[in-house]
Design a protein around this ligand. Structure first.
Ligand code: SAJ
Length: 448
């Protein structure tokens, strides 16, 4: 593929040229990062007629797309293969395609590092690559969740090292991803999209771009506002989950059923939104995003107390579940050590494949350390391998249930028959109130 000469520094009207290409869907798109955000976005862009090239450092991810497959829940292989067949979607590990693209969307991971500080190295690597190939008339979008100031303070200076000027030669926006893998109600196209630009013209072009595939696009005044919007969304969730976990600990001491109390409070049609206690906080967003905000505020000498406190409470939940298991076994004159414990559900939430940050991993580790004989069952996870765990999943059947001294419902997948489980297990710790609807004898079921 011949690499065209860079466009000259000055072209008559980069913005007008770009807007026309976007409006006609002739704009060529590059999406950097083919995870749940990048691949989902690439497919939706291809479906409205753009030609999209996905760029990923993982040969496995590139090969999957090139062979018309998908490893992302909610992205159909039929759609990937179809777009591939008509040349609307390709994938590559090489970045020279950036010489020919008009819009580049960065959807790379932003994990926490070992000291739980933000790791923006993937963003910087992607932007270094973009800088080397930046041309007049290009729109660069950052979607990766990050702390307020990243786009303005890190990405912009890097891109302007090219000698091109933002708002005149190229355009730069931040637009938070709102992809919820497996959510059949809210998809990219019907979830409002927030856009913040470095300059007004950046915001206008970014809005113009997303309006090609999303019904509602909300423009905010800056990239910092857009970055902060995302962090507020997920900090709101994290803090409320922390609060309701503390309410569960309070209700336990009061001898009150926390689930009954939440359901009763949820009858209030205004001013209340139910959250539910659980074994801890998993996933790639909620446990991570608020710490981006807390870290940034620390650099500004501010301690984000709610974030830290909610995180502290929620991080104590796996240990609380192990206490519940110990108490439940005591009711059956058994100690934890040497008991067969079956964990039902190890993914971070129901009906997904993802085990990232799953509290089930902490619970399994703690039980093993205390000498319990642990096994797990999860239809989405055949084999559980982490730094400290190496377990093959067992089948949920009469045998695995009756041989267990305690069955622990950690992730309540929809397909399980909880009535059948309650009837066969001799002792159950239910961390999700999954057995709520089961009638009949339940004095062997212990809830959070
Ligand atoms: N959790 C609780 N109690 C609750 C809700 C969740 O313990 O009341 C736990 C879950 O078990 C899980 C963790 O919190 O371990 C995260 O659950 P989540 O429902 O927030 O699911 P995520 O991590 O997939 O969050 C995503 C986010 N979406 C984006 O960032 C684009 C989040 O903003 C969404 O609100 C959430 O999906 C959603 O609503 O599904």
């Amino acid at each position: 593929m011949a690499i065209p000469e860079r466009l000259p520094r000055e072209i008559p009207n980069p913005r007008q040229m770009l807007e026309k290409k976007i409006a006609s869907h002739e704009a060529r798109i590059a999406v950097m990062g083919l995870g749940y955000v990048g691949l989902t976005l690439s497919v939706e862009l291809g479906k409205v007629g753009f030609s999209v090239t996905g760029i990923d450092t993982s040969a496995r991810k590139v090969d999957l797309v090139e062979s018309g497959k998908s490893d992302v829940q909610g992205v159909s292989e039929f759609e990937v293969a179809g777009l591939k067949a008509v040349g609307k979607l390709t994938a590559t590990r090489e970045c020279d395609v950036l010489d020919e693209t008009d819009v580049v969307v960065v959807c790379v991971p932003t994990p926490l590092n070992k000291t739980r500080d933000p790791d923006v190295s993937f963003i910087l690597q992607a932007c270094e690559t973009i800088k080397d190939r930046l041309r007049c008339g290009q729109l660069v979008i950052l979607e990766s969740t990050t702390y307020p100031g990243t786009t303005q303070e890190l990405v912009l200076p890097l891109l302007e090292e090219s000698g091109l000027k933002v708002g005149r030669d190229f355009f730069l926006v931040f637009s938070p991803e709102r992809v919820d893998p497996g959510n059949r109600v809210y998809t990219i196209t019907n979830t409002p999209k927030v856009v913040g630009g470095i300059t007004p013209s950046c915001a206008e072009i970014g809005t113009h771009f997303y309006r090609q595939l999303i019904g509602e696009v909300v423009s905010v005044s800056s990239t910092q506002a857009a970055e902060m919007t995302k962090l507020l969304e997920n900090t709101f969730r994290s803090v409320n989950i922390g609060l309701v976990n503390e309410v569960a600990l309070m209700c336990d001491r009061l001898g009150v059923d926390v689930w009954e109390v939440i359901d009763a409070a949820a009858t209030k049609p205004f001013g209340f939104m139910p959250f539910y206690p659980g074994p801890g906080l998993g996933g790639h967003c909620i446990p991570v995003d608020p710490h981006f905000l807390a870290w940034k505020l620390k650099t500004l000498n501010y301690n984000a107390r709610f974030i830290e406190l909610a995180s502290e409470v929620t991080r104590s939940m796996p240990g609380y579940v192990v206490e519940k298991i110990t108490d439940a076994l005591n009711e059956h004159e058994r100690c934890l050590k040497g008991s067969n414990i079956l964990i039902l559900g190890v993914t971070y939430k129901p009906d997904v494949r993802d085990i990232r940050e799953s509290p089930a991993l902490d619970i399994l580790e703690m039980l093993q350390e205390k000498g319990a004989k642990v096994s797990y069952c999860d239809p989405f996870v055949d084999h559980l391998q982490t730094e400290t765990l190496d377990l093959k999943g067992v089948t949920l059947n009469e045998k695995s249930l009756t041989e267990s001294h305690c069955v622990v419902i950690v992730t309540h997948h929809s397909d399980w028959d909880y009535e059948w489980i309650v009837k066969r297990a001799r002792c159950i710790v239910d961390t999700r109130n999954a057995t709520q609807a089961v009638s009949g004898k339940k004095d062997h079921v212990f809830k959070l």
